[in-house]
Write a protein that binds this ligand. Structure first.
Ligand code: ATP
Ligand code: MG
Length: 235
């Protein structure tokens, strides 16, 4: 059976994932999995119901986390230095890292989905969206971009200075606009500020955000944003 499980990547989920899914559904009283919100290379996100309330269920594909990714975003993050990082369990570490990052963002007051629980490679968090549809990506939303930029700038400040984290994959593809407010998502790769590549990741995040907002007509300047993130917050 073991051999078969490892070879069945073309099937939807392997046995370990199914077991983790059953376990977390039981533990959190998730009675019902609704439609898939998104299905990508690295994960599948479903809307599900926990005691009748909607939650998002993110299932990380077992084979996705490459060693090079792990090396880049986990080695160097002091919080995870002592963890086991072997091939068969690294995706679990990735999932737990996303959970812990969400907790830290929350504590610091950054808008991000509230983490609810995890088991192995299955993460459960607050569902962002309405009864009708999931919240749109920043990329696809039509809002007041001047004010969205202002809020995102402040959220980035709080993330960098209060949570002391760098998102490391921030762009219009990893921000959802929920009830008019931007929420940062997809924080598995997020590292702490002391990571040796933190500056490089931060500059890339800044570059992506400024590029997007400039295309929307907002005068977003990367140098200014970097200075803002490194300075005292002025409301
Ligand atoms: N908490 C949530 N509530 C509602 N929708 C969500 C939530 N989290 C993620 N999504 C949706 O699922 C998509 C994928 O999530 P995420 O960005 O975290 O995963 P990913 O690792 O980038 O996956 P992929 O392999 O698809 O790129 C998001 O673009 C968003 O549309
Ligand atoms: Mg994403």
């Amino acid at each position: 059976m073991e051999g078969l499980d490892r070879k069945t990547e073309s099937l939807v989920f392997d046995k370990r994932t199914m077991t983790a899914l059953y376990k977390i559904m039981e533990d959190l009283s998730i009675g019902y999995i609704d439609y898939p919100v998104s299905s990508g290379k690295e994960s599948v996100v479903f809307k599900a119901f926990m005691k009748k309330k909607p939650v998002a269920l993110k299932i990380f594909k077992i084979s996705t986390i490459k060693f090079s990714t792990l090396e880049k975003y986990i080695y160097g993050d002091r919080r995870f230095e002592k963890e086991r990082k072997d091939r068969s369990t690294r995706v679990f570490l990735w999932c737990r890292k996303e959970f812990i990052n969400l907790q830290e963002l929350h504590k610091a007051g950054v808008n991000a989905p509230i983490p609810i629980g995890y088991n192995k490679n299955v993460l459960v968090m607050q569902y962002l969206g309405s009864a009708k549809s999931p919240a749109p990506l920043l990329k696809n939303c039509d809002g007041d971009f001047d004010s969205l930029f202002k809020v995102i700038k402040n959220q980035m400040w709080t993330m960098y200075n209060k949570a002391r984290l760098v998102h490391a994959d921030l762009s219009e593809y990893n921000i959802l606009v929920h009830k008019g407010k931007p929420y940062f998502i997809d924080v598995g790769q997020t590292v702490d500020r002391d990571h040796p590549s933190a500056d490089e990741f931060l500059e890339r995040d800044i570059f992506n955000i400024c590029n997007f907002f400039r295309r929307k007509g907002v005068p977003a300047d990367a140098k200014e944003l970097l200075k803002f993130l490194n300075g005292e917050k002025v409301e």
